[in-house]
Design a protein around this ligand. Structure first.
Ligand code: FAD
Length: 400
């Protein structure tokens, strides 16, 4: 490790080089602030379980791309219970499927070497005497890093919360559990992302197939409580999807499973507080993830940007009080709170098998399917999708 003072004592320590931490780092770097970005992986993103879909709005808003090896998506196939699969085509690509390590590499490229500490794990966090004190471990050495503020972007189980909790751990009813397989075949897949909702494909959650050139990531999952209560194992849903459900059965016939993985994802909508005691939680650590699709890359980037903006303002004012940090939550809620809130509302309608209002009730027309597809790929907000289908569904079902 370089004997640069920055690496031992810095203004902002960012834990985690996922989308949230990387955008936070890029924002601080553009504002000429002192920070260090730490990740336990030498190649961040390499082992991160993810479908890898980034909506075009995310790429535009954060001026990213093109990303090496990106796979453009211009078709969505939707399957809801009690309904046929419907294909929605778009004139323009609605986003890209990428490999997570390539996304990280692209964003890391804009950061100077001395701002990154890769391959070092944060093992302890403390906040005392007006400083954040963090222990780092890389198997062979241990060191201490101090900072004025921490942006904790270390994912769904944020490391800081083991030592300096600013909120309770989300309940199992607010967490999702997913498994996915990477299947490789000899030919390219088309630019189509698939979404399957209903009890045949998941433990009351949803399943997906997101291709990237010759490899498709096929996964399924649901809310942890429902996964535990399910009579079938999650692997059984996935095997059924791959082996018995068309069009995947035909499209994956000659494909070979090259990787299997599982992970948690936060699906509880708006979870607060996300700040306090000189810590800003962001990305999955702050549950910045769509409750309806598990999409979190775009929302994590928003969270990372807002965390960095609050950090800059706090450094300028030399004020790290909870009152000062509260602006962070106001700002991210303004940008994504509506999608998280209404996404949770729709999650229940799309996945609750006991509901009398089956999802297929309101997915009665092509234009409704298009609206839902536009929402899932980020072309329209969740609220605007609900309002658009309201005349045919919500008015009758929930009295709006
Ligand atoms: C199966 C699955 C499929 C998904 N598919 C999609 C999708 O297609 N599109 C989409 O938008 N979202 C998807 N998501 C969600 C998305 O992956 C997350 O929302 C997103 O990665 C969150 O970004 P983040 O930066 O908050 O955290 P992460 O991407 O999880 O990054 C956290 C980083 O912190 C590092 N870290 C953790 N602990 C420590 C520590 N103690 N010390 C140092 N470093 C540490 C990790 O190595 C990691 O690099 C999916 C999630 C899952 C589980």
């Amino acid at each position: 490790m370089a004997q640069d003072m920055d690496t031992h004592d810095t203004d902002v320590l960012i834990i985690g080089a996922g989308p949230a931490g990387l955008i936070a780092a890029r924002t601080l770097h553009s504002a000429h602030q002192q920070f260090v970005l730490v990740d336990r992986e030498r190649t961040p993103g390499l082992s991160k379980p993810c479908g890898g879909f980034i909506p075009s709005r995310g790429l535009k808003e954060f001026d990213i791309g093109p990303i090496d090896g990106q796979h453009e998506i211009n078709r969505i196939r939707l399957k809801f219970r009690d309904a046929d699969m419907v294909t929605v085509r778009f004139d323009e690509p609605t986003g890209v499927n990428i490999r997570r390590e390539t996304l990280a590499e692209t964003l890391l490229a804009s950061l100077p070497e001395h701002r990154r500490l890769l391959g070092k794990s944060v093992t302890k966090v403390d906040v005392k005497n007006g400083r954040c004190v963090v222990s780092l471990d890389d198997c062979s050495t241990r060191e201490t890093l101090t900072s004025k503020l921490i942006i904790d972007a270390s994912g769904v189980n944020p490391v800081s919360q083991r030592f300096v909790p600013v909120r309770q751990r989300p309940a199992n009813s607010q967490m999702g559990y997913a498994i996915q397989y990477h299947l490789k075949r000899s030919s390219e897949f088309e630019g189509t992302n698939d979404f399957f909702y209903g009890g045949e494909y998941s433990p009351k959650g949803y399943a997906w197939c997101f291709p990237c050139h010759d490899t498709a990531v096929v996964g399924t999952g649901g809310i942890v409580d429902r996964v535990r209560a399910s009579e079938r194992k999650v692997e059984e849903y996935l095997t059924n999807l791959i082996q018995n459900v068309e069009p995947l059965k035909s499209e994956l016939r000659d494909a070979e499973i090259v990787r299997k993985e599982s992970a948690l994802m936060p699906l509880g909508g708006i979870i607060t507080p996300s700040y306090g005691r000189r810590i800003l939680l962001t990305g999955d650590a702050a549950c910045h993830c769509s409750p309806i699709s598990g999409e979190g890359i775009y929302y994590s980037m928003i969270g990372g940007e807002e965390a960095a903006r609050t950090a800059i303002d706090s450094l300028n004012k030399n004020d790290f009080s909870d009152k000062q940090l509260a602006q962070y939550e106001r700002h991210w809620r303004k940008r994504m709170g509506s999608d998280l809130k209404w996404g949770l509302y729709l999650q229940e309608r799309f996945t609750d098998e006991s509901s009398t209002s089956s999802s297929s009730d309101f997915l009665s027309s092509d234009s409704t399917y298009r609206t839902v597809a536009e929402m899932l790929v980020g072309v329209r907000s969740v609220r605007s999708a609900i309002l658009k289908v309201a005349p045919s569904y919500l008015r009758s079902k929930i009295g709006l």
